[in-house]
Design a binder for this molecule. Structure first.
Ligand code: ZN
Length: 161
């Protein structure tokens, strides 16, 4: 049964409210994670707890338990001169920048307006209610190494990072 310190292999289809597929993992390429270690969004982790191999479930995750609600503080306008001179500044490009707390955080360019570069550091799925269709294919005990690293090492426990 899925519980803390279990490694879980599953398929999922992630859809938004409009029923568009945002992401998926298929049986040929199972998604593995270590349960109870914050590797996946809290609402999904909660919904998976207690399931076992062969179980299927629809799990709805509200933004508060998903990627959060968009915050205006993470929408900033930065002067072009603040970027390294060779930067390729255009819509959709991501840059790592420091937040007010000094953490490195990815910001995506949303608009370039002359010298002003508009950037958004909100997760692309912030504010979205997420609909997961999951099927459980594997539940096993985590290895000592996985517990030390705080993440799963995939099929057969091999190291992949
Ligand atoms: Zn590792």
């Amino acid at each position: 049964m899925i519980a803390k310190d279990k490694v879980v292999g599953l398929t999922y289809i992630l859809k938004n409210k409009q029923d568009e597929v945002l992401d998926e993992a298929t049986q040929d390429d199972l998604f593995f994670y270590l349960h109870g270690h914050g590797q996946i969004v809290p609402g999904l982790e909660k919904g998976l707890a207690g399931l076992k191999t062969g179980d299927k479930k629809n799990i709805t995750v509200k933004p508060e338990e998903g990627y959060g609600n968009p915050s205006d503080e993470l929408r900033v306008v930065v002067s072009r001169s603040k970027f390294p001179s060779a930067s390729d500044i255009q819509e959709g490009v991501q840059f790592l920048a420091e937040t007010s707390e000094g953490m490195k955080h990815p910001f995506t360019v949303t608009k370039v307006d002359g010298d002003n570069v508009h950037m958004d550091g909100n997760h692309p799925l912030a504010g979205e209610t997420l609909h997961f269709d999951v099927e459980i294919f594997e539940v096993r005990d985590a290895t000592q190494e996985e517990l030390e690293h705080g993440h799963a090492h995939g099929p057969g426990g091999h190291h992949h990072h």
